[in-house]
Design a binder for this molecule. Structure first.
Ligand SMILES: NC(=O)c1ccc[n+]([C@@H]2O[C@H](COP(=O)([O-])OP(=O)(O)OC[C@H]3O[C@@H](n4cnc5c(N)ncnc54)[C@H](OP(=O)(O)O)[C@@H]3O)[C@@H](O)[C@H]2O)c1
Length: 236
């Protein structure tokens, strides 16, 4: 009997996370799907079959991150082979109009949660000498636009976190990959109506979630001796 490789994917109920979950299961992995809302998560897990498992949790809560890390490690009998820190919030507002609670929620979900989840799962990967951690950056991890203060601050921070991990893990066998797409047509854009906003990319001209999942799969499926440090994606 062959042992299946395992993956933990945050924000797996829709968009990029769901596309990647489908790809990982198609490639033969056993996958833990994490997101807050149980119903779509469980529906996706059911559609993907017995290699997909739903773990509803709010990653903005440090206690919930610790609890889900324990739960998944127990179910997988160890840290996963692949951790994808993908869950994210996108809020548009100027600095003067940004609700401080919304600002904190973006930083907590996009930056603090990946730190906490990685911190919980990394020690065993390091001891084992294998594993891949994928961080979902954005075009906004290097470029700042008006109304993007909270999101860009979180993504710049996330890129720094990734670069620190890369430096700390070089030579350990644990790989770290930053994947930074431009606009991707996912439900993230539903409340924002980019087609009607001057200066925004129309949805039909955005990348597809499967394009990003494909790029992530390319990075993680390289030989173990190869670390793709960073991938930046845009529409041709
Ligand atoms: N779409 C783009 O244009 C684009 C471009 C560049 C980078 N990205 C990045 O790619 C990642 C995925 O984006 P997407 O477009 O696929 O977004 P999406 O369609 O809005 O999906 C976000 C996912 O994150 C989950 N989530 C949000 N807050 C959470 C929390 N506190 N705890 C657990 N799960 C949470 C959501 O489920 P629940 O709401 O049920 O929790 C959902 O599964 C994000 O990091 C985003 O910043 C997106």
């Amino acid at each position: 009997m062959t042992t299946r490789l395992t993956a933990v994917i945050t924000g797996a109920s829709r968009g990029i996370g769901a596309a990647l979950a489908r790809r990982c299961v198609a490639e033969g992995m056993r996958v833990a799907l994490l997101a807050r809302t149980a119903a779509p998560l469980q529906a996706l897990a059911a559609a993907l079959g017995d290699q997909a498992h739903a773990y509803p949790c709010d990653l903005a809560s440090a206690d919930a991150v610790a609890e889900v890390a324990r739960h998944v490690s127990s179910d997988f009998a160890g840290a996963p082979d692949l951790l994808v820190n993908n869950a994210g919030l996108f809020e548009l507002a100027t600095i003067e109009t940004m609700d401080p609670t919304a600002f904190s929620a973006v930083l907590q979900t996009n930056l603090v949660a990946p730190f906490l989840l990685t911190r919980a799962l990394l020690p065993e990967m390091r001891t084992r000498g294998s594993g891949t951690i994928v961080t979902l950056g954005s075009i906004a991890d290097r470029n700042v636009f008006p109304e993007n203060g909270a999101y860009a601050a979180s993504k710049y921070g996330l890129r720094a976190l990734h670069e620190a991990m890369r430096a700390e893990l070089r030579g350990t066998g644990v790989r770290t990959v930053l994947v930074s797409p431009g606009p991707v047509d996912t439900p993230l854009w539903d409340p924002l109506n980019p087609d009607e906003r001057p200066g925004f990319t129309p949805r039909a001209s955005m990348l597809r979630a499967d394009d990003v999942a494909d790029a992530i799969w390319f990075a993680v499926s390289r030989p173990a001796s190869v670390n793709i440090d960073e991938l930046r994606l845009s529409r041709s």
